[in-house]
Ligand binder design. Structure first.
Ligand SMILES: [Fe+2]
Length: 223
């Protein structure tokens, strides 16, 4: 299927009052999301139009290198926010459903341990914490990302995206570590666990589909 232009979506979170995240923050944040979509489309368009028989491929600096790298920043800026806004506007509380079951199985201390872990990860990250489902082994993990695209891992499908860039909370809580912690508490009061579970079910379906192809490489396990 050929690439098509990215489009932002007006998720329900933009039309409902959130608990502890202001409408002003959400509207300013939407503009950033729009900007990432616009620039991702622009970069992808440029990359489709290059004359690859002539263009320079230089590792120090080249237009090809610059646009290719910035495309990943813009594209993940779009994707990260698409998930973030999509699962805001819920009733929050403790995780439920398949997500909760997976977390219980993954963490020795269960959901309470995972909640402590993601809150500490939110203080340790510079940009995002992505709770990702691994298509290779079916595990779940809190991935720290320092920018829109830095430390992203192959075959990890994000099912929950916690934006900890200052723009997500500075208006409501100030630019301090304590302000960020208050924002993270507010984030979890607004998570729509049904949306998270839909992401997870889709990711699990992708893994099951891949496994069902029986196209896996047949090699022995190394020492
Ligand atoms: Fe953001």
């Amino acid at each position: 299927m050929p690439w098509t232009e990215l489009k932002t979506r007006r998720w329900p979170a933009f039309d409902n009052d959130l608990d502890g995240i202001s409408r002003e923050t959400m509207e300013d944040h939407f503009k950033l999301y729009e900007g990432y979509a616009k620039k991702a489309n622009e970069c992808r368009g440029i990359l489709k139009e290059f004359d690859y028989s002539e263009i320079e491929g230089n590792q120090v600096y080249s237009q090809l290198r610059a646009v290719s790298i910035d495309y990943t920043f813009a594209l993940l800026g779009f994707k990260n926010h698409d998930l973030y806004f999509g699962h805001l506007g819920g009733d929050g509380g403790d995780p439920a459903g398949p997500f909760a079951e997976l977390v219980e199985a993954e963490y020795p201390g269960g959901i309470e341990m995972w909640q402590q872990a993601i809150k500490k990860a939110a203080s340790a990250a510079r940009g995002w914490v992505m709770v990702g489902y691994d298509l290779n082994d079916g595990s779940i993990f809190n991935y720290i990302m320092d920018t829109q695209n830095l430390w992203a891992v192959y075959n990890m499908v994000p099912v929950l995206a916690l934006d900890v860039y200052e723009h997500a909370y500075v208006r409501d809580y100030g630019a301090t570590p304590d302000g960020r912690k208050q924002y993270v508490e507010a984030f979890f009061r607004n998570v729509d666990w049904d949306h998270v579970n839909r992401q997870l079910i889709q990711a699990q379906g992708a893994k099951e589909g891949a496994d069902a192809t029986q196209a896996q490489e047949q090699v022995s396990v190394g020492r």
